[in-house]
Design a protein around this ligand. Sequence first.
Ligand SMILES: Nc1nc2c(c(=O)[nH]1)N[C@H]1C(S)=C(S)[C@@H](COP(=O)(O)OP(=O)(O)OC[C@H]3O[C@@H](n4cnc5c(=O)[nH]c(N)nc54)[C@H](O)[C@@H]3O)O[C@H]1N2
Ligand SMILES: Nc1nc2c(c(=O)[nH]1)N[C@H]1C(S)=C(S)[C@@H](COP(=O)(O)OP(=O)(O)OC[C@H]3O[C@@H](n4cnc5c(=O)[nH]c(N)nc54)[C@H](O)[C@@H]3O)O[C@H]1N2
Ligand SMILES: [Mo]
Length: 792
Amino acid sequence: MKTDPKPPQHTPYGGAKAHSYTATHWGIYEVRYREGEAVALEGFARDPSPSPIGLGMLDAVKGPLRVQRPAVRRNWLAAARGETTDAQRGLRGQEEFVEVSWDEALDLVAGELQRVRQAHGNTAIFGGSYGWSSAGRFHHAQSQVHRFLNSVGGYVRHADSYSLGAARVLMPHIVAPMDEMHTLHTSWSVLEKHTTLFVSFGGVPAKNAQVSSGGVGEHVVPQALRRLDKAGVKFINISPVRNDIDTGGEVEWIPIRPNTDAALILALACTLYQEGLHDPAFLAQHCVGFDKVHPYLTGATDGIVKDAKWAANITGIPAERIVALARAMAANRTMLTMAWSLQRSHHGEQPFWSLVTLASMLGQIGLPGGGFGVGYGTTNMIGNANAKFSGPTLPQGKNAVREFIPVSRITDMLEKPGETFDYNGEKHRYPDIRLIYWAGGNPFHHHQDLNRMLGAWQSKPETIIVNEQFWTPAAKLADIVLPATTGLERNDIGYASRERFMVAMKQAMDPVGEARDDYDIFTALAERMGAREVFTEGMNSFQWLEKLYEQSRERATRAGLSLPPFDEFWQGDLLDLSVENKDVVMFQDFRSDPVAHPLNTPSGRIELFSERIAGFAYADCPGQAQWFEPVEWLGSSKAVAHPLHLLTDQPFTKLHSQYDHAAYSAGNKIGGREPITLARTDAHARGLAEGDLVRVFNDRGACLAAVRLSDDIHTGVAKLSTGAWFDPSGWRASGAGNLEKHGNPNVLTLDIGASSLSQGCIAQTCLVQVERYQGTAPQMSAYALPQMMVQV
Ligand SMILES: Nc1nc2c(c(=O)[nH]1)N[C@H]1C(S)=C(S)[C@@H](COP(=O)(O)OP(=O)(O)OC[C@H]3O[C@@H](n4cnc5c(=O)[nH]c(N)nc54)[C@H](O)[C@@H]3O)O[C@H]1N2
Ligand SMILES: Nc1nc2c(c(=O)[nH]1)N[C@H]1C(S)=C(S)[C@@H](COP(=O)(O)OP(=O)(O)OC[C@H]3O[C@@H](n4cnc5c(=O)[nH]c(N)nc54)[C@H](O)[C@@H]3O)O[C@H]1N2
Ligand SMILES: [Mo]
């Protein structure tokens, strides 16, 4: 069977080629060749701040951690061959793998999919398969697996994301869907001209703006912040961490207790109201529900005045500072921005809803440089104003299965088949999953309370199939692992929303080992399951590239942008999509005429009170922004045993867990363990010094990490960035008794939904204790290859 003939005419690499480009989520890189072999990646010359993350990638791509051949877990294979009983299924993670031929592996996977479909229906297949995959619009693994599963009868899908679990559900009810909001944000150029006060909740971290889904060509955030500073904008950063913003100039830091921002913002709103500094005209013409907001602020509804004194007790910020801040906001052209991390918390809807409420009371929404943003700095896309059109996207087909879960309810689903759960005003049931197929994500990176998930992983699914490039923890914990190519080993198109460049990502090297493109893997499986035509539409990958490009070109034309035909694009390497006028003002039309340009909310206006959400009657998410105590925070009684609030932010050295094993990420570790940032006073109180090995623990889990001292973090707060590959001391779930040896914070985080409304991930709500690690430290083994058995 011939699945993917090499593209005609286009010699992708070798011979005279001196360079080509590749796109990653963290940047465009130039591939350097020596004698036809790709030898290095260099930062893109037209990028003012190329990310160092990509520079060492090539070594990792060629390195020992690649999955070389299809591999099947020993006991799973024995059971499939009828050599053992089902009861002897063995233990995922700790067992040897048997390397098998592609034909045998594909037969096994197709056969198992068929068996599960016939015995239990497609609702027994979880293809939620969340994850960022690689850049490149066609070989986007998550889209590929979804399209494939749809072609064979469907799968249980996931809704929403880990990024924006609470916001994706909340925001369409009250303002606009997050996907729309992303590209609407007021551009940096406008902020530079008009904003006088810029207030960030959670900073504007340039480390995060290294990234945009699909591929950054031009990193704009570091320069934009510098220009704003030079233009005289006053910056205030409200955050538990001082250095999550760098403007090159002065930034006032207001340290806040984690997860208390909603209380602060409600107190700012209360101050505006008490002092008559709010904008009644804007509230009347553009919003609904202020009549429900002010009685809550003044305490008329519950006897508690949400004033600065009240918030001071919760947030740790002096009342006078809160009052002065409210006045300054009203006196300036003020842009308020909030990092996405704030909604990744218990009751994570409330900080976003409070922000919208405060911005509405200030009445500057739709004015140049005023209003609010959600996520300046969170990715390079926000505030970036290049051409806007829908880029090349692989259609995923139609899913015949209706069942789904909110993405971070995966362990609940595995543990509680048949039980009901609340979500966005509806009740749903968890399906009974027998088979999990994952491509392009790492659940043992992204999910919370990994010990709990490990238990469910070991006991519930009969089969777990993973397409992976590397021997990640998710691959080690699978039954069948199929080796996938990286972006350097295939042709693709790099494009991200509002980015400046579209990139012809030409194949730079032969696939490592026997790795295949996900597309070819799924084509071969579809063939075995009688769905080849549906899945491929008769096209090889290169034909798909042309088709997806041409479709996107049509959409660009409709958006007033003229792109060249495919061949010209492919030969030319790069398209520049910059536009002359970069001045975008969010909600400008709505502001000027809310009747002619209504929002897509039930009232057409900003909903400070939502009848619809109120109608759901959720005690944990009522019809308007309110302060709720999170289940764990510094003000709770649980802080006695576990007195540190753990922030698990995005790592500056990588994207999630991707390329954790590459040099740049490795260079930031201390003795091979992930660093945990502690306030100097907190470290001294525990007798800890820089570099000390510590045990970080709570009732859910424990991990090792190495101390990094800081004066830039609130006392009582610790920060352990995500991304260290999960390295448990045992493959059975045993809570804090199972020591994670590398510094993966998700053994500590809490796995409950943000609220009944969204069920979003709440990774930032977590208390821990830290102590010196006693005894001889166990060896870190996250990068050890699983044992391989030779086929007999
Ligand atoms: N504690 C805590 N946890 C968090 C967060 C947090 O803030 N705190 N953040 C959350 C957020 S916002 C997110 S988005 C998630 C991210 O979670 P994920 O997106 O799952 O994390 P990645 O490490 O990007 O996983 C991508 C995987 O896909 C593989 N891959 C890449 N390209 C390909 C390909 O072409 N084919 C195949 N088959 N595989 C490929 C990579 O090797 C890697 O293992 O994490 C979440 N988890
Ligand atoms: N380099 C790199 N960049 C990335 C990613 C990556 O993995 N690596 N991931 C990308 C993805 S998928 C996403 S979704 C985005 C995520 O973007 P975010 O969710 O915004 O990122 P985080 O780094 O988790 O948090 C940003 C800041 O919020 C602050 N913060 C945390 N909790 C609180 C709080 O309770 N109150 C206040 N005021 N501040 C708080 C922290 O100090 C932190 O510096 O990042 C993207 N960018
Ligand atoms: Mo994310």
